[in-house]
Write a protein that binds this ligand. Structure first.
Ligand code: FAD
Ligand code: FES
Length: 230
């Protein structure tokens, strides 16, 4: 949880962590807090609480990673770890347009370490044209993966989940919900019987099945009311 004094506190995924305790995050300016954060200069004060919640569990020898938007940040961290263990990994990186294909050069550096990088853009400006879930479907027909990891827009995660279920491949997905306390007390982040801050943000296929009446469909607003997902 990153605190921007006088403004707000926002949940962010860890993109990188060093043994000396240094942590990197990657932030998209979407609202008040993230815009103020973008204007901060070196030496200005921010606060940090955490880390909270769980993380991806590394399982299997042949892995498919699917990421879109700022969801790519935690997947980059995961993929670096998979690459360090020489796990056979395919990374499907999707975006609306070429400029939004985040961390492409960082992922390309991992291509020497058993990481295969595929890109897709909705406007066709780079890589395959269309949604990244289309090549994922083709890959699941042609290859057998031990595990799929996903993070990004929830509609994308839902589609990947449906494909994974059809092809009987286990999945872990990192979800986003409104967060306030981040320690499991306030209920802002609830999805079904789970709290995304304390039980997640990473959920397994079994857990996603348990929350399918909300997953990809609804979230809680600032007043705790269930509202449709954007
Ligand atoms: C577990 C978790 C991990 C996250 N990791 C990251 C990360 O690594 N990097 C990152 O940039 N963001 C991440 N987010 C999202 C981030 O927390 C929000 O973008 C942030 O809280 C928005 O705060 P704000 O005050 O700037 O915007 P607000 O004023 O709260 O919202 C402004 C507008 O932006 C919309 N909005 C909010 N979040 C998003 C979003 N993610 N994408 C598009 N529109 C949005 C809101 O619906 C609203 O309309 C994560 C969220 C969660 C729950
Ligand atoms: S943010 Fe308060 S319970 Fe999750």
């Amino acid at each position: 949880m990153l605190w921007i004094p006088s403004v707000d506190e926002v949940p962010l995924s860890i993109m990188d962590a060093k043994e000396d305790g240094t942590v990197a995050v990657s932030v998209k300016a979407v609202g008040e807090a993230t815009r103020v954060l973008h204007q901060k200069r070196t030496g200005e004060t921010i606060g940090v609480r955490g880390p909270f919640g769980n993380s991806f569990m590394m399982r299997g020898h042949k892995i498919l990673v699917v990421g879109g938007g700022t969801g790519i940040a935690p997947l980059l961290f995961l993929t670096r770890n998979l690459a360090s263990k020489a796990v056979n990994t395919t990374f499907m990186l999707g975006a609306q347009t070429k400029g939004e294909l985040l961390f492409r050069s960082e992922l390309q550096k991992l291509e020497k370490k058993k990481v295969r990088l595929l890109t897709s853009t909705e406007d066709g400006s780079s890589g395959l044209m269309g949604l990244c879930t289309e090549p994922v479907e083709q890959m699941l027909i042609e290859e057998k993966f031990d595990m799929i990891y996903a993070c990004g827009p929830e509609q994308m995660i839902l589609k990947v989940f449906e494909l994974a279920e059809n092809h009987k491949v286990n999945m872990q997905a990192s979800l986003e919900r409104l967060m306030r306390c981040a320690v499991g007390l306030c209920g802002s982040c609830v999805i079904g019987k789970y709290r995304v801050c304390a039980d997640g943000p990473v959920f397994t296929s079994r857990q996603l099945r348990e929350v399918k009446h909300e997953f990809g469909l609804s979230k809680r607003d600032r007043y705790g009311k269930r509202v449709p997902l954007d």
